[in-house]
Design a protein around this ligand. Structure first.
Ligand SMILES: [Zn+2]
Length: 498
């Protein structure tokens, strides 16, 4: 049994001014053939799950291509044409296939295709024809579309946020694929798009109303005749018609059953819509709460929601840093954070380790993320930015590259790490450990994320404050000018009916 595996994986924030071009993939993670096993075999990603499934279910997995970069702006037509073109050529040249595994995100947008994942599924279907099963794995933040569903035999999305179940879901998807090829099951899937947004601050699955939604999903999974159930939590920073919450139920040959369960899930989520909206504190309140926190040797973690790198943030917002300075947070190890700042890194490298320099840091991409802030800092570390994370972190990536990076210590007791690769965020504490920096020792750690840093920081936090900071991934959905999204959509149209 020969199964092709390939993926062109991107979460696109269409409000970000920086377009995502071919080099953004080529310079990040663009792997072909055996290179994919080198990076993913021991990781905890979807591809890693495909490899494990191949062993478990005894099929020949043929990894063809994997293109991935951090969440950034709309994918250029050139990048789409070249990467998709190569995927389709590889699929044609290396066939025939018994099945296809597609590792997509579900919230990718290119200049030409507002539903890039749906278009890729359509082209893959065109190559293999209607009789070869195509199964697609997606991120929980997928905006699942009818195009995606109608061009695949099954879609399986993550069910945890932070995303810690990529391997399990990939194995589940592979299981459905193999059983379909053997003729043991006949998956049919029904999609219901709910006219609502789940605010980014209410998306963690371990507690609150989102946990109740996943509990419902798990209940349906236990029902007779059900092969898989996915909730597309939605990625709200994509101005496209499929943006929003969706439920997809796969049954074994019974479309009515799939439809009935999908509608039940949609209704239950809709009934929780009020609890699923933004109620997070302002940056002023977040910083004063961090300053007022007792010094019990554990850091307060502030999530910088407006600069959520996992959602397309620029990684250089200074709003919270400016507020900490304004409110005179200081003292030994008072604050730790990272900023994307290639010019700052260059200045520190030129000055050299052990020098003390004055420079402006951050806010170098656009005018949504504060002003560059002047700091005077001691250059403690200069490094290549590469490290390995073998623990469980959001998304399961093992090998990380922040590009040339430096650590600066200021007289106020702040440690600011500057790095040169943008879309990497704060999902692993190894980001600091490998530089000899211990986040545990700080009073306040600012993380550029909303949910994704939780897996790394919950174990050491005294409290996690999810802060309503401004920026391209703000929790304040009214601050975005949507043109293409579907209407009505709660809470943007408060009187939405469903
Ligand atoms: Zn996600």
């Amino acid at each position: 049994m020969r199964i092709a595996a390939l993926g062109f994986h991107h979460e696109t924030n269409t409000f970000q001014s920086v377009k995502t071009d071919y080099d953004a993939f080529a310079g990040y993670e663009f792997l072909r053939g055996d290179e994919i096993a080198d990076q993913h075999l021991t990781a905890k990603t979807s591809f890693s799950g495909y490899f494990r499934a191949a062993e478990k279910f005894e099929f020949d997995l043929v990894p063809l291509l994997w293109a991935f970069t951090g969440p950034t702006g709309t994918i250029t037509k050139d990048a789409f044409d070249r990467i998709t073109g190569e995927m389709i050529d590889l699929l044609k040249e290396n066939g025939p296939w018994d099945g296809v595994l597609l590792a997509q995100h579900g919230a990718a947008v290119s200049e030409e295709y507002s539903d890039m994942d749906g278009e890729i599924a359509r082209r893959v279907r065109q190559v293999v024809g209607p009789d070869i099963p195509v199964v697609m794995t997606l991120d929980l933040h997928s905006n699942i579309s009818h195009e995606q569903a109608s061009n695949t035999d099954a879609i399986v999305a993550f069910r945890t946020n932070p995303h810690l179940d990529a391997v399990e879901r990939a194995v589940e998807a592979s299981d459905i694929l193999v059983r379909t090829i053997r003729g043991e099951v006949r998956p049919v899937q029904h999609l219901v798009q709910v006219p609502m947004i789940i605010n980014i601050v209410k998306q963690p699955t371990a507690f609150g109303p989102m946990k109740e939604i996943i509990d419902d999903v798990n209940d349906v999974l236990q029902q007779n005749g059900i092969l898989s159930v996915s909730c597309g939590q939605g990625f709200p920073y994509a101005d496209v018609t499929q943006m929003g919450v969706s439920f997809l139920v796969i049954s074994d040959g019974d479309m009515d059953l799939a439809e009935q369960h999908a509608k039940w899930l949609a209704r239950r989520a809709w009934d929780r819509r009020v609890e699923l909206q933004n109620d997070s504190p302002s940056i002023q309140e977040s910083i004063s709460r961090a300053i007022a926190a007792p010094s019990d040797g554990k850091p307060t973690i502030i999530m910088d929601v407006g600069d959520n790198v996992g959602g397309g943030g620029t990684a250089d917002s200074t709003h919270l840093l400016a507020e900490a300075i304004d409110q005179r947070l200081n003292g030994e190890n008072s604050l730790l954070m990272s900023l994307f700042d290639p010019d700052g890194v260059q200045l520190c490298i030129s000055a050299g380790i052990g020098s003390t320099i004055t420079l402006k840091v951050g806010a170098n991409t656009d005018d949504l993320h504060g002003d560059p802030i002047e700091i005077r800092g001691y250059v403690r570390v200069i490094t290549d930015g590469k490290f390995e994370e073998s623990g469980s972190v959001h998304g399961g990536m093992r090998f990380w590259d922040y590009g040339p990076s430096v650590a600066l210590d200021t007289e106020d007791g702040y440690t600011i790490v500057l790095h040169t690769v943008r879309g990497v965020g704060n999902m692993s504490r190894q980001q600091y450990y490998y530089m000899g920096i211990f986040p545990e020792k700080y009073r306040l750690v600012i993380c550029k994320g909303t949910v994704s840093p939780r897996a790394a920081y919950e174990p050491i936090a005294r409290e996690i404050i999810v802060s309503d900071s401004p920026g391209v991934t703000s929790a304040n959905m009214e601050s975005f000018s949507f043109v293409n999204r579907r209407k009505p959509l709660y809470p943007l149209e408060a009187d939405t009916k469903f």
